[in-house]
Design a protein around this ligand. Structure first.
Ligand SMILES: NC(=O)c1ccc[n+]([C@@H]2O[C@H](COP(=O)([O-])OP(=O)(O)OC[C@H]3O[C@@H](n4cnc5c(N)ncnc54)[C@H](O)[C@@H]3O)[C@@H](O)[C@H]2O)c1
Length: 284
């Protein structure tokens, strides 16, 4: 493999929700590979922090505070990115989130909030950024961050899971609609990954040391359910996204890549208390 197969030198990437968690990790992986980064996050301090880290890696960064659920703000952010860099090569639709509640207890307001944040944000950013990629004539890569919940039942997360399933299918359809322009469209589908969000820190400052290490309880619970015996790490999503954004995956489009330690493959199988795989644990 040659450096040009994996480097993103001179490329410009927008990462939505890029100020924390998986988005932050993706932004830093892409910057490490040579890309300039537009950090679009609703929390301005998070945008600034990640932009600073990108600059420390020797790349240019634009901190672009944006509520991705607001299509007007999304359009303005993409326009600002275009004005600053004159091109967009990579779009990572990562902004998303969930609050758990049984569907019959969930309000219409909550459905719509989930749809705006998880689906409309992706539609708006794709609609604004893809024409700029097409105008550039150099192709491009779009990476959507969906979830394992897109592909299985998700009690207490019905609307979120429906949104993520929508993201999966949008990924496939866009792969076809944009193929003539050499714009590849793929997704990563994480399972449980330790991030500020999964620790209930949606708006606080981002100190990775404070949240990256899974707790003992999380480790034990996930060890039985996830074949690789641990939660995911944000940087592992970052590396998978880098693969899909870079020329390493030049013949890959329309794919949803699980980044889940094997959970999707296990599909109902868990480890019993003795560590053996089982479909049904019997408590005696
Ligand atoms: N962490 C997991 O276990 C997991 C599993 C599967 C899928 N995902 C998906 O990965 C993505 C990132 O999740 P995470 O765990 O890193 O989340 P997180 O909450 O740790 O970080 C999300 C980032 O997005 C920003 N954000 C929130 N609302 C926003 C908005 N309206 N506009 C712009 N930015 C906004 C936050 O400020 C934060 O920096 C989401 O799409 C999530 O659904 C996460």
């Amino acid at each position: 493999m040659q450096p040009q197969d994996y480097l993103l030198t001179d490329k410009v990437a927008i990462v939505t929700g890029g100020g924390g968690g998986i988005g932050r990790a993706i932004a830093l992986e892409l910057a490490s590979a040579g890309a300039d980064i537009v950090v679009a996050d609703i929390v301005p301090e998070r945008c600034q922090e990640v932009a600073e880290r990108v600059r420390e890696l020797g790349r240019s960064a634009l901190a672009a505070p944006t509520d991705m659920a607001d299509t007007g703000q999304v359009n303005a952010m993409v326009e600002q990115a275009d004005q600053r860099f004159g091109r967009i090569d990579i779009l990572v639709n990562n902004a998303g989130g969930v609050s758990g509640r049984a569907f019959l207890e969930q309000s219409e307001r909550s459905w719509r909030k989930h749809i705006d944040l998880n689906l409309i944000s992706m539609f708006a950013a794709t609609s604004a950024a893809a024409p700029i990629m097409i105008r550039g004539g150099r192709g491009g890569a779009i990476v959507n961050v969906t979830s394992i919940e897109a592909s299985r039942a998700a009690p207490a997360y019905a609307v979120y899971a429906a949104c993520k399933a929508g993201m999966n299918n949008f990924t496939r359809t866009m792969a076809l609609e944009l193929a003539d322009h050499d714009i590849r469209v793929n997704a990563i589908a994480p399972d449980y990954t330790v991030t500020p969000g999964t620790r209930g820190n949606w708006t606080g400052s981002v100190d990775p040391a404070a949240w990256r290490q899974p707790s003992q309880g999380q480790q034990e619970a996930t060890a039985r359910r996830i074949p690789l015996r641990r939660p995911g790490i944000d940087a592992e999503c970052g590396k998978a996204a880098l693969y899909l954004a870079s020329p390493m995956s030049s013949y890959v489009t329309g794919v949803v890549l699980p980044v889940d330690g094997g959970s999707w493959a296990s599909s109902g199988w868990i480890r019993d208390r003795s560590g053996q795989w089982t479909l049904m644990e019997v408590n005696e």
